[in-house]
Design a protein around this ligand. Structure first.
Ligand code: UDP
Ligand code: MN
Length: 353
């Protein structure tokens, strides 16, 4: 009997234990389902049964797409097509005028699309970005005529360009080459220009097929001018207007800084180009024609008597006399409507370089 009653007790306790275990299982099962539910529904977002979660997921997807497309828009503005290889706006040979009554205001009105000396075609992406560098002192009228003709000329060529006038401050002897080095260095602070045009202030191009773009080799653009009967001044002449890419100019260490007064600096640049095994290319003579506004030799720009001696040493000096040794002090940068005027103190001949 005693054995029987103790067995009954054990069975009753076991029942309780069994019931307890069963309850625990049910609680655990409910807990598991209540956690798993949403995860499942998000993963199966396409299930129509899980409408709410699916919609939420879809919204998330849409939002992330929108963020992505906004980011894309910010990073890459829709690029315009490249401008055609041959601009449809070119007119060929033009009759130039030099009206004594011309004013800067008139030229500004006629070139309203130029902002702070810079222009970009509105309907296509220019093939090159070009900085025009003009060495200058005391030639205001020449500058006015050049701006008058050059802005529409460059726009017809569908270029992205800016005009820099590098104005030598003070009355020390003029130094065209050093001013052009300064122009190159200062222009690169504004924009990573592809191409640089070294441009005398008094030379006006007569034919817009003479493209102000750089080539694979340094380019000389003044084959002929009215004052020389439209003939190349001499074999190897590289002065007046020339075009070099950023890399070509950097490779030759720019112009020499040590040529004060008139002459020699353009021949030095030609020697630098030749030393780097580059060739000089020119457009056809019927295209590369210029009118030079008449002038006498400027005071402060007397003939440089040392030029022949300097030229004999270029192969030794080019490495240490150029862009890497060009010291100067910018006095002011004025962004006028039609050009950026950089006034610079380039020192004196005594402090050569
Ligand atoms: N230049 C200038 N002021 C001067 C001397 C020269 O602005 O007092 C600049 C100007 O851009 C000019 C260039 O340097 O076109 C070359 O000088 P120049 O015209 O005398 O040379 P050339 O007529 O012999 O080519
Ligand atoms: Mn001249």
């Amino acid at each position: 009997m005693a054995v029987f009653s103790s067995m009954l007790k054990i069975i009753r306790k076991g029942k309780c234990l069994f019931l307890l275990l069963l309850c625990l299982c049910v609680v655990a099962w409910i807990a598991t389902f209540s956690n798993d539910g949403p995860v499942k529904s998000v993963q199966e977002g396409s299930s129509p049964l899980d409408g709410q979660h699916a919609e939420g997921f879809h919204r998330l997807e849409l939002e992330s797409e929108m963020v992505q497309s906004i980011e894309e828009r910010v990073e890459e503005p829709p690029t315009k097509e490249s401008c055609p290889e041959n601009s449809p706006l070119l007119r060929g040979s033009l009759k130039l005028t030099f009206e004594p009554s011309l004013t800067l205001e008139q030229v500004e009105i006629e070139n309203a699309e130029v902002v702070e000396g810079q222009y970009k075609p509105s309907d296509c992406t220019a093939r090159q970005s070009v900085a025009i560098l003009i060495p200058h002192r005391n030639r205001e009228k020449h500058l006015l005529y050049l701006l008058y003709h050059l802005h529409p000329f460059l726009q017809r060529q569908q270029l992205h360009y800016a005009v820099y006038v590098i104005h030598q401050a003070g009355d020390a002897t003029f130094n065209r080459a050093k001013l052009l080095n300064v122009g190159y260095l200062e222009a690169l602070k504004d924009y990573n220009w592809d191409c640089f045009i070294f441009h005398d202030v008094d030379l006006v191009p007569e034919n817009d097929h003479n493209l102000y773009m750089c080539a694979k080799q340094p380019k000389h653009l003044v084959v002929g001018r009215n004052s020389t009967g439209y003939k190349l001044r001499y074999k190897g002449y590289f002065g007046g207007v020339s075009a070099m890419t950023k890399d070509q100019f950097h490779k030759v260490n720019g112009f020499p800084n040590s040529y004060w007064g008139w002459g020699g600096e353009d021949d030095d640049l030609r020697i630098r180009v030749q030393l780097q095994k580059m060739a000089i290319v020119r457009p056809p003579p019927e295209v590369a024609r210029y009118t030079m506004v008449f002038h006498n030799r400027d005071s402060g720009n007397q003939v440089n008597k040392d030029r022949m001696q300097l030229l004999r040493r270029t192969h030794q000096t080019w490495k240490n006399d150029g862009l890497n040794s060009c010291s100067y002090k910018v006095m002011s940068v004025h962004r006028a409507p039609l050009y950026i005027n950089v006034t610079v103190d380039i020192g004196q001949p005594e402090q050569a370089h």
